[in-house]
Design a protein around this ligand. Structure first.
Ligand code: 5GP
Length: 174
């Protein structure tokens, strides 16, 4: 495991900033619901949640990408859906990373059909270089270069999610 891209200290400082900005946004937008996308967003979601200072409830979705027939369609399989309806709620979708944008576009469309009062998006990482679809993101932790990363929720074959930092994946370790 080599070059650390984002240290634990940098991540935690940025999460506190995001928490303050999001709290300010949702002070007058109640009821406020944070939706985490499992599994990658779990550590970010938990830290972000603890930095929120306004009333908030939480729910989770778990998704997996289809590998066939067309990964580029962005269609995802919902493995676990939300437990409760979101109609009339101000929803903030929390994801680990936006890359092509296809996954978030799919989830966003799916949630909009359920008539939330508003639907915002917060991502820890944004890799704009590989974007295929325009997506407006309300809160971004860090913009990152065009390199595969692991740590702080992001995995390689389900490992490394526990690292408290984000690091470039070293392909030589495969
Ligand atoms: P998108 O649909 O925006 O291309 O991809 C989003 C999903 O791809 C993320 O939720 C994440 O699961 C995965 N992903 C994209 N880039 C990376 C990366 O650099 N590292 C890891 N571990 N997962 C990534």
């Amino acid at each position: 495991m080599s070059s650390i891209l984002l240290s634990e200290e940098r991540i935690q400082a940025r999460v506190r900033e995001l928490g303050a900005a999001i709290s300010a946004t949702y002070r007058d937008k109640q009821p406020f619901l944070m939706v985490g996308v499992l599994r990658g967003a779990a550590p970010f979601f938990a830290d972000l949640l603890r930095s929120i200072t306004v009333p908030v409830s939480i729910d989770f979705m778990s998704i997996s990408s289809y590998t066939t027939p067309a990964p580029s369609s962005g269609a995802v399989r919902i493995i676990k859906d939300l437990d409760h309806p979101i109609a009339g709620k101000h929803v903030l979708l929390v994801e680990d990373i936006i890359d092509t944008g296809l996954t978030l576009r799919y989830i966003r469309k799916n949630l909009l059909l359920r008539h939330p009062s508003s639907l915002g998006v917060c991502v820890l990482l944004d890799r704009p270089k590989r974007r295929l679809v325009e997506m407006s993101i309300d809160h971004v932790g860090f913009e990152i270069p065009d390199e595969y990363v692991v740590g702080y929720g992001l995995d390689h074959r389900q490992l490394y999610r526990n690292l408290p930092f984000v690091t470039l994946w070293d392909h030589s370790e495969e």
